[in-house]
Design a protein around this ligand. Structure first.
Ligand code: GAL
Length: 439
């Protein structure tokens, strides 16, 4: 196990989970006919849609007997897709494969109740047990009813949630430096406001995008270990440090666009892009996961810079999109062939350059010369992934059970409407107790 893997294991470790219902049977396409294969994601826009369509096109070209369709459900972070997927899986009518964040979202929702086939054969056949970092392997695996550990999904990417993106021309023209701390952020934001520029674009029509602000501020205030402790019961949600973070959060919300509730994350990211050359963009910064780099790429916008979210340099707030095999999938042979492409270095080097993410397969990272290449941001992120401390994202399924995330989002929604710090802190502390992690 290399150094990176060890660190990821230490930080993203998930308790052993007993799963059942892992039988495997295969449907096969009838000779000569093209079989429709349904895959569900929430990638409907910009680099997300382009990257996924590119890998699906590759699969469909190489496998004329099958036709994979992306039944995408709009709504960033799966805010609409996740509930619909759960209904379908619970009702025994799942797609052939679907997008799911590795970690708690995968394991608690689908694996523990026994809705997924294990993918051990794919992992063995493709050498993935040595190609994916150990920390990634650990959170796509769980104990089955036979008491042995099995692999349950194929990670396609690694994303970083705690990123601040800014319009370079706006910063240069106003003699500003990207903020390194939240105190710096306030100074920069005040200077921008004085010039009539909205400092921070937020698109929280899905509340997760606002919750990511709080997630990043907690990491900054508590550090990697303190933030990790929030999800294991070691860090006290009622502590003075958490109070300080919530006060910072309240202050930061004073610098966002007034139309935040009507925008999606990508519409907010687009506020950094001037409507025409030389025009003032609608906002100077946005805090968003690095799928924003995919969005900028898709819009041919290059005048953006990036820094770690204030106070979080050296900490990688990580998440991964993965795809699994529902036990009741109709076309298992096709789904497994598709998953094989998703996990391969070649497949990851088709998808990730569009997406803003880095490949989860550590042997990827070198697309052919005639294919789309990784951006400067992605090359930087690949280096950070090797050296940073890794922490799990709450908003993107890695840190805590989906029900806990739901309680957090209810509290954040109330706070955005009426920012009362003691009320938020009490609700967050209660959510930890309700999750049976805090006493
Ligand atoms: C995340 C997902 C990313 C991206 C983002 C916005 O949850 O992991 O791949 O899709 O939502 O939709």
């Amino acid at each position: 196990m290399n150094l990176v893997s060890k660190r990821i294991v230490a930080i993203l470790s998930v308790a052993a989970i007993v799963a059942s219902g892992c039988s495997s049977s295969s449907g096969s396409p009838s000779a000569g006919a093209k079989t429709e294969v349904e895959v569900v994601s929430w990638w409907t826009t910009g680099g997300e849609a382009s990257g996924f369509n590119a890998i699906i096109d590759k699969f469909n070209t190489d496998n004329p007997q099958w036709h994979v369709t992306n039944s995408a459900i709009a709504g960033g972070a799966g805010s609409n897709a996740q509930a619909q997927l759960q209904n379908r899986v619970l009702n025994g009518n799942p797609p052939d494969s679907f997008q799911v964040h590795m970690g708690h979202e995968l394991l608690d929702t689908y694996v523990t109740p026994g809705y997924m086939d294990n993918l051990d054969d794919l992992y063995q056949q493709n050498g993935w047990t040595t190609q994916f970092p150990q920390g990634v392997l650990d959170i796509v695996s769980a104990k089955g009813s036979d008491g042995k550990t099995h692999y349950y999904s194929v990670p396609l990417d690694i994303h970083r949630a705690n990123m601040l993106w800014y319009n370079k021309t706006v910063f240069t023209a106003n003699n500003l430096t990207p903020p390194k701390t939240w105190a710096d952020f306030v100074t920069v934001a005040q200077a921008l406001q004085a010039k009539g520029i909205t400092p921070l674009a937020v698109g929280d029509s899905g509340i997760w995008a606002n919750g990511m602000l709080l997630e990043s501020i907690l990491i900054a205030q508590l550090g990697a270990d303190g933030y990790d402790g929030l999800w294991t019961g070691k860090t006290d949600w009622a502590s003075a440090d958490v109070t300080t973070a919530l006060n910072t959060y309240k202050q930061v919300l004073g610098f966002i666009n007034s139309d935040h509730a009507s925008l999606s994350w990508d519409q907010a990211a687009d506020y950094l892009i001037p409507a025409s050359a030389g025009a003032q963009p609608k906002a100077a910064m946005t805090l968003m996961g690095d799928w924003a780099a995919g969005e900028f790429g898709a819009k041919n916008f290059t005048d953006y810079g990036w820094v770690a979210a204030p106070g979080t340099d050296g900490i990688y707030d990580a998440l991964a999109d993965s795809f699994g095999l529902p036990s009741k999938a109709q076309h298992k042979d096709a789904a497994k062939a598709f998953l094989t492409l998703l996990g391969s270095a070649a497949g990851q080097d088709i998808f990730n350059p569009y997406k803003g993410s880095i490949p989860a397969n550590s042997t990827a990272g070198n697309p052919p010369a005639d294919a789309k290449q990784y951006s400067d941001y992605q090359k930087w992120a690949m280096g950070e992934w090797k050296t940073d401390k890794i922490v799990p994202s709450l908003e993107h399924g890695a840190a805590a059970a989906p029900s806990w995330k739901g309680a957090w989002e209810t509290a954040v929604t109330a706070f955005v409407a009426n920012p009362d710090v003691p009320t938020l802190q009490a609700a967050l502390a209660q959510a930890c107790k309700d999750a049976q992690v805090c006493k």
